[in-house]
Design a protein around this ligand. Structure first.
Ligand SMILES: Nc1ncnc2c1ncn2[C@@H]1O[C@H](COP(=O)(O)OP(=O)(O)OP(=O)(O)O)[C@@H](O)[C@H]1O
Ligand SMILES: [Mg+2]
Length: 227
């Protein structure tokens, strides 16, 4: 399986009033095509820091981030932003749906930006996340879980090789969280996309192909649940 996402010696240090804070200390990660990886770890262990670096939204202090054979760490912020479309989909808790657009228009927004909307792709994705009946609804009339499912569909619209999700179910009750995770896993499986999923929830992590815990700025593999 080709590696669609990788890091080598990934290091991120922040300058704080109390001195430098080393959050990621030479972290190595390889994600294969279609693989679902759950990342766990206590609050403050660096999970969001890692996801921002994987998304190319932040720059490493040292080390490498690869999207397939593209050396993200070596690109300007502008080139990273251009390269991200079609390679990496993002699902964060603050999903920034546009209030004046319908669910379908939000899902197909990346197409609008690129100048060509694939309406059928939008419909297929809304069906994959169970929102066909809410196709024309505005975000404010959707529940929190439904909005997140729209964000999941939008993240997949451009057929990225990998989707990054940071605690997407954090603010939801169990039933809505399950519906979001179901939608996310079904959508990435249907597209053959890989998924890196940050979660506090052991039940969610158990559904991944592989689990790793952030500890001391590096990833420690977690045994599989049924081992
Ligand atoms: N821009 C920044 N400047 C200084 N310190 C930062 C910055 N961003 C993150 N940190 C610090 O880095 C550490 C890791 O933060 P991060 O947000 O990655 O943790 P997390 O594992 O996502 O936690 P949570 O589970 O609470 O979301 C924390 O100690 C945080 O205070
Ligand atoms: Mg976080």
């Amino acid at each position: 399986m080709p590696t669609v996402l990788g890091t080598h010696g990934l290091t991120r240090r922040f300058d704080t009033p109390a001195g430098p804070l080393l959050v990621l200390a030479g972290l190595d990660l390889e994600v294969a095509a279609g693989e679902v990886v759950a990342i766990t770890g206590p609050s403050g262990s660096g999970k969001s820091t890692l996801l921002h670096l994987l998304a190319g939204l932040d720059r490493p202090s040292a080390g490498e981030v690869w999207w397939g054979d593209l050396a993200v760490h070596a690109l300007s912020a502008e080139r990273v932003a251009r390269a991200r479309a079609g390679r990496v989909g993002l699902v964060f808790q603050h999903h920034h749906l546009l209030a004046d657009l319908s669910a379908h228009e939000n899902v197909t927004l990346p197409g609008r930006v690129a100048g060509r909307v694939d309406a059928r792709r939008g419909d297929a994705l809304l069906e994959a996340v169970g929102l066909t009946a809410r196709r024309d609804a505005r975000p404010r009339t959707l529940s929190g879980g439904e909005r997140l499912r729209v964000a999941v569909a939008r993240a997949l619209y451009a057929r990225p090789a990998v989707v990054l999700a940071d605690e997407p179910t954090g603010s939801l009750d169990r039933a809505s969280a399950d519906a979001v995770v179901d939608a996310l896993l079904a959508a990435v499986a249907a597209d053959g996309a890989a998924l890196v999923l940050v979660t506090h929830d052991a039940r969610v992590a158990a559904r991944a192909d592989r689990r790793a815990r952030l500890d001391g700025g590096r990833l420690v593999p977690e045994p599989s649940v049924d081992a």
